[in-house]
Design a protein around this ligand. Structure first.
Ligand code: ADP
Length: 504
């Protein structure tokens, strides 16, 4: 048969911990999937956006160049030398940096001569296969490296003219890239990279942003790429990771709360069980404690009544035993009654100025017989000139009696009892010291709890109710003081009742 707390643990495990764990595992698996799919989704979106932006750039550039070529075609058709019209057109077309017009046989029509080293760059282009390819397809081509465009137009009279021009990088950046990419709404950074991977344009400083992906431009900007960058910390993976951490943290807190709840409930239940056990021990112990003095009183009373004891000395001793056992009974009953009054919150204390020495000696006096009979060495030291202290003398006397009773009860071979009363740090300290069994450190805080008995004190062979020290502590605290213990197993204990002196 399982104990209630074991049953509770098993139930809690099944009913709370197992579902919580399942939720935790499912949650973890789903956020991992979420992490992967959000990354995928993000990349897809980024690719779509980059493709769209690249198309837009190319469209704008194509349109600008087509417009230029249309206007050039018109200029070539006008009467008179084309040079002037072309010059005027060039002033108006910042995108075109260098323009050359070449006749069918390779003769330079415009301008009159190659500028700088352009002959080396343009020469091979206009004389090789490109123009012929172009002638066939009828479209213009772009030679990527130098960003040079070639196209066939016709002169007045139908003569074909090969047009070759270089793009102006600044104008390209300013008028095409900036105007198309600049206004695009996106948290990412878009950059245009040339055929060598150099950044030609970026919408914001790239800094240590990470490249997510890049797409290739098509025929208008061949070999160039449009790249998507993500600022550090803003990548979806990191955002998701933050979410994952948040979720994991929340899950951790949830599990911790559940576990703490279970542990607390389990502890409470264990305490309850322990309390129930202590209470039943208490009843058994009190009954036994009541029976022992009663049977002694009855036995001695009957013996005396029968008149069998003729010796006056023996008779006197019997009377003393009866009185002492009566006192023990009274003390025990007082303890139990006071304890129940305290538990019920009905205990009241009457404070009156009390001289200390008579209280200490008077209380000790009630133990004179057992102390003498058990051969105790007793020492009392009360500091001279102690002031009267406001207290409930009966209650403090009872607390002191409990301490002395324990010192006798838990004595060992070395039977010595010291009582001293003095003022320490502005407080009255009445200390009861014995050289008895002593108390292990880990037990020292517990002995003041109600019903608590060290090792149930059965092994020590001493009976008791386990409420004596709880009462002492309550009385001390009700007076605004406390009770402390200094003890070591096998060496003895020193209990100090510390009470405030109160108003003078
Ligand atoms: P009890 O009725 O068991 O004496 P108390 O509340 O007076 O109950 O004491 C609680 C426990 O503290 C005792 O059971 C005993 O184990 C321990 N104890 C109290 N006083 C002493 C002492 N002077 N020396 C050793 N152990 C003590």
């Amino acid at each position: 048969m399982l104990s209630p707390s074991a049953r509770f643990s098993a139930l809690a495990l099944l009913a709370i911990v197992a579902p919580a764990m399942i939720v935790a595992v499912l949650g973890y698996v789903s956020i991992r999937q979420w992490e992967a799919s959000s990354e995928l989704l993000y990349r897809e979106q980024a690719r779509d956006m980059a493709t769209m932006a690249a198309e837009k750039v190319e469209m704008t550039l194509r349109r600008a160049e087509d417009t230029f070529l249309d206007r050039l075609q018109t200029a070539l058709q006008t009467e008179g030398p084309p040079a002037r019209a072309v010059d005027a057109l060039l002033v108006d077309s910042p995108l075109v940096r260098r323009l050359y017009l070449v006749g069918r046989r390779g003769e330079l029509l415009y301008p009159r001569a190659w500028k700088d080293r352009d002959a080396a760059v343009f020469g091979p282009l206009v004389s090789e296969s490109e123009p012929r390819k172009l002638e066939r397809s009828g479209k213009r081509v772009v030679i990527a490296e130098n960003q040079i465009c070639l196209a066939w137009l016709t002169r007045r009279g139908g003569e074909p003219v090969l047009v070759a021009f270089a793009r102006d990088p600044d104008a390209l950046r300013r008028e095409i890239l900036e105007t198309t990419l600049g206004p695009l709404e996106s948290q990412t950074i878009l950059a245009v990279l040339d055929h060598e991977g150099r950044t030609v344009y970026s919408r914001a400083p790239i800094g240590d942003a990470q490249r997510v992906l890049s797409v290739q431009f098509r025929d208008v900007l061949p070999d160039w790429r449009l790249a998507v960058y993500q600022a550090p910390g803003a990548a979806p993976r990191q955002a998701v990771r933050r979410q994952v951490m948040l979720f994991t943290g929340a899950l951790g807190v949830l599990v911790a709360v559940i576990v703490a709840g279970i542990v607390t409930t389990w502890r409470l239940m264990r305490r309850e069980t322990e309390m129930a056990r202590l209470k039943s021990d208490f009843v058994a112990n009190v009954s036994h404690d009541l029976k022992t003095p009663l049977s002694v009183i009855r036995m001695f009373g009957e013996t005396l009544e029968m008149g069998r004891v003729t010796d006056e000395g023996r008779r006197q001793e019997y009377y003393r035993v009866i009185t002492r056992e009566g006192e023990r009974l009274t003390r025990l009953i007082d303890n139990v009654l006071d304890f129940s009054r305290i538990e019920g919150g009905r205990q009241t204390y009457e404070m009156t100025p009390t001289p200390i020495e008579p209280l200490v000696r008077g209380t000790l006096e009630t133990f004179a017989y057992p102390l003498a009979q058990q051969g105790f060495k007793v020492e009392v030291s009360v500091a001279p000139d102690l002031p009267d202290v406001a207290m409930d003398a009966d209650a403090v006397g009872q607390a002191l009696a409990n301490l002395i009773d324990n010192a006798i009860k838990y004595s060992a071979d070395d039977r010595a009892l010291t009582l001293d009363a003095r003022i320490v740090d502005g407080r009255l300290v009445i200390a009861v010291t014995d050289r008895g069994l002593g108390i292990a450190r880990e037990e020292q805080a517990k002995i003041f709890e109600k019903f608590y008995r060290v090792g149930r004190s059965d092994t020590q062979g001493r009976r008791g109710s386990g409420v004596g020290l709880a009462l002492v502590r309550h009385i001390a605290e009700a007076h605004g003081g406390d009770v402390t213990v200094a003890s070591a197993p096998g060496e003895g204990s020193r209990f100090s009742l510390r009470l405030p002196l109160g108003r003078p």
